[in-house]
Design a protein. Structure first.
Length: 276
């Protein structure tokens, strides 16, 4: 259908979706999507709107105000906001963009996490894929193709999670997080410190910890512990080593410390886990 928003040209399209009760309970779902061609008269200012917004700019520029910050969103860029917070955006002349509004499941919590870790403005090769996914969705809607609730949910989740992907570097320089992760996995039984990891990749402890958390969801030392626990679970299942020997294999000289940590993190003792 055609949009009646000011500044949206006649050859634009938008589509509205009413989710089923099952979709509301279990899935992510779109509420609107569209392909807009706009003049500089197009704008939107709201204190609150119940959905998340992801928009891909194909031509021209957006001017965005969100969470007391201002952004210029140019061709090839994506912006991603939770519209439950006050927001304002307006078009430059000759703006063309694709958009989707998303709700459901834990979409607002996920959006908040993505924005806190990565911001609201996204660049890079992943945006091309996001633009293609949006364009294909809108074309399916234009052809009145039926899209199931699980397929809608998968698309919404894919679009949001793709924002967290880092682009593959064009040169052969390995990412410092990949280097540190490989080192942790190869030396899981040894003493590993934050100082050692940061120095190995040539970063300050603060900067290294920040980018590690952003890319993995763990702090560096949380990841060390997680890797040790993962390794211990494999050894408990697939070896005849004693629990004391397994504790030593994954970097704990004191079996009691290992047992307490395992029980706290996994929810049962190593002995119970082995029996299960």
């Amino acid at each position: 259908m055609r949009s009646v928003d000011p500044g949206v040209l006649a050859h634009s399209y938008c589509f509205s979706f009413t989710p089923s009760e099952t979709a509301k309970k279990l899935y992510y779902y779109p509420t609107w999507c569209g392909h807009y061609y706009c003049t500089s008269d197009y704008y939107m200012k709201r204190e609150f709107f119940p959905d998340i917004l992801l928009a891909y700019v194909r031509k021209g520029e957006f001017f965005l105000e969100y969470m007391e910050q201002q952004y210029t969103v140019s061709k090839g860029e994506v912006f991603f906001i939770d519209c439950q917070h006050p927001h304002f955006y307006r078009a430059s002349k000759n703006l063309e963009f694709l958009y989707i509004h998303i709700n459901g499941a834990n979409s607002h919590e996920l959006a908040g996490h993505i924005i806190s870790q990565h911001g609201v403005l996204f660049h890079g090769e992943k945006n091309v894929t996001i633009g293609k996914l949006l364009f294909n969705l809108i074309e399916q809607c234009r052809r009145d193709q039926v899209i199931s609730a699980p397929d809608f949910s998968l698309l919404c989740y894919q679009l949001m999670v793709m924002l967290t992907h880092r682009d593959t570097p064009e040169n052969d320089i390995e990412n410092p997080i990949d280097i540190s992760i490989r080192y942790i996995r190869e030396n899981v039984g040894k003493k590993i410190t934050l100082d050692e990891l940061a120095q190995m990749v040539g970063l300050s402890k603060y900067h290294f910890s920040h980018i590690f958390k952003t890319e993995t969801g763990y702090s560096p030392m949380e990841y060390v512990i997680s890797t040790r626990l993962d390794r211990s679970k494999v050894l408990l299942k697939a070896s005849h080593l004693s629990i004391s020997e397994i504790a030593y294999e994954v970097g704990y000289e004191n079996p009691g410390s290992f047992i307490n940590l395992f029980t706290s993190k996994i929810g049962c003792s190593p002995k119970t886990f082995r029996k299960m």
